[in-house]
Design a protein around this ligand. Structure first.
Ligand code: C6P
Length: 415
């Protein structure tokens, strides 16, 4: 039988999937945990937990340094993870996969290495209004240092990038563009392929912040043709403290190291140091070995379910939740892009989002409240904060019903 888009969702067995995540059977305040804070960090399947446990019980040692058995075994697993990630995002070479602490460090690496080398006084860097602070501040710091200018693409009321305004911002001074793939506070899926094509038609390199995309949509860096792509392991069901910077080999080759130390060198004398080849040039010091191996296990787990099924099911959840919440009097959804994924941000008349979060919490429902590290988005909508429910493929429609009920409880309390 061929699998069509229509029957993908019906073959996705969420109850089976939930059994893979031990924390999901936890109770909070005596109520079943309804975990809807997946955009902040996702829960981990048993296979990832077991992999980290096995690393420490059977493999623990430093990598790339020892001739002994354990060091070689750990090195093999660490490098295997790199190959898994290369295949997962369809990079050309394992040399293009740099392990970093997370999306934040990935952006900082590019800003400090590529940026400091190439951005000069008077140059311009373009980002968008809906960027996470980690895709604003590193560029702002670079602009301050270089006397360059940060230009910002506006968004419309639905929370979509205004492509015509983006085109107008580009000029001969534009030297870099950095844009988020999926917004963490609005859920907007940006047309990154189109944005990348526009950037390249002006010969401008572009970074895509994929922190909220890598676990929701298919990412093929060759198809996208982005120059850099960053994501964090902990959002794709892997451990915290590990992430990936993808960069085109040619660009990475030309970039100076970000940090100096062990493993990133070819040779050191007091007169001169030469650097290691890619990707090690950018991986100074003992890395997060268990995190890297755990991320490899997360990619295996994620791939065994399949991005098509995951995307289709999550879309169904988002539509279901949107339809429900739309009917609640006094509730406004922030972010109504035509193409959305994973995130439902909202405000309630007369109730501060933090109070929403607190009351939902007592009902066992975990959401995030605040500015979600996107203060310019809050300013754009003239609100202090939102409550944000964010979905993973282990969430259910029943959990969304519980969310809805809990929101009615908030309204009751504040009546
Ligand atoms: N957003 C959220 O609750 P790190 O912290 O490096 O793993 O990821 C940073 C980051 C970068 N870009 C986007 C679009 C993000 O959403 C995040 C992390 C979390 O929305 C924590 S603030």
């Amino acid at each position: 039988m061929t699998t069509t888009k229509e029957n993908i969702v019906s073959v996705f067995n969420v109850e089976e999937v939930r059994k893979d995540f031990p924390i999901l059977s936890k109770k909070v305040y005596g109520k079943p945990l309804v975990y809807l804070d997946n955009a902040a960090t996702s829960q981990k399947p048993q296979s990832v937990i077991d992999t980290i446990d096995r690393y420490y019980t059977e493999l623990n040692s430093n990598i790339h340094r020892g001739v002994h058995f354990l060091s070689q075994a750990a090195t093999n697993e660490y490098e295997n993870s790199r190959v898994k990630i290369k295949n997962f995002i369809n990079a050309v070479s394992h040399k293009e996969i740099i392990f970093v602490r997370g999306a934040t460090e990935g952006v900082n690496l590019v800003a400090n290495s590529y940026g400091r080398k190439n951005i000069k006084e008077g140059d311009e860097i373009i980002i968008s209004t809906m960027e996470h602070h980690s895709n604003i501040v590193p560029w702002q710091m670079l602009c301050e240092e270089k006397n360059a200018k940060l230009r910002v693409i506006p968004i419309n009321d639905d929370g979509e990038i205004i492509i015509d305004e983006f085109k107008k911002l580009i000029n001969e001074k534009t030297k870099f563009i950095s844009v988020v793939h999926i917004s963490n506070s609005l859920g907007t899926v940006n047309p990154v392929k189109e944005i990348i094509e526009i950037a390249h038609s002006h010969n401008i390199p572009i970074l895509i912040d994929g922190a909220q995309a890598i676990h929701h949509v298919k990412v093929d860096v060759q198809e996208l043709d982005c120059d850099f792509y960053v994501f964090s392991g902990h959002k794709i069901y892997g451990p915290t403290g590990i992430g990936v910077l993808y960069g085109k080999e040619k660009l990475l080759e030309e970039m100076p190291p970000f940090m100096g130390g062990g493993d990133m060198i070819a040779s050191v004398t007091f007169e001169k140091t030469t650097y290691n080849e890619l990707p090690y040039k950018f991986e100074a010091g003992t890395p997060n070995i268990e995190g890297t191996i755990g991320l490899g296990a997360a990619i295996d787990y994620f791939s065994s379910i399949g991005i098509d099924k995951i995307s289709a099911y999550e879309k169904e959840l988002l539509v279901y939740a949107t339809e429900k919440l739309k009917t609640i009097n006094g509730l406004t959804i922030i972010g109504n892009a035509k193409n959305k994924s994973g995130v439902l941000s909202f405000v309630l008349d007369g109730v501060h989002p933090h109070d929403i979060g607190t009351i939902l919490d007592y009902e066992g429902v975990a959401v995030r409240t605040g500015h979600h590290c996107t203060q310019p988005v809050m300013k754009r909508y003239n609100i202090p904060a939102t409550a944000r429910a964010s979905f993973a493929f282990y969430n259910t429609k029943e959990e969304i019903d519980i969310l809805e009920k809990a929101i009615y409880k908030v309204i009751e309390v504040f009546k």
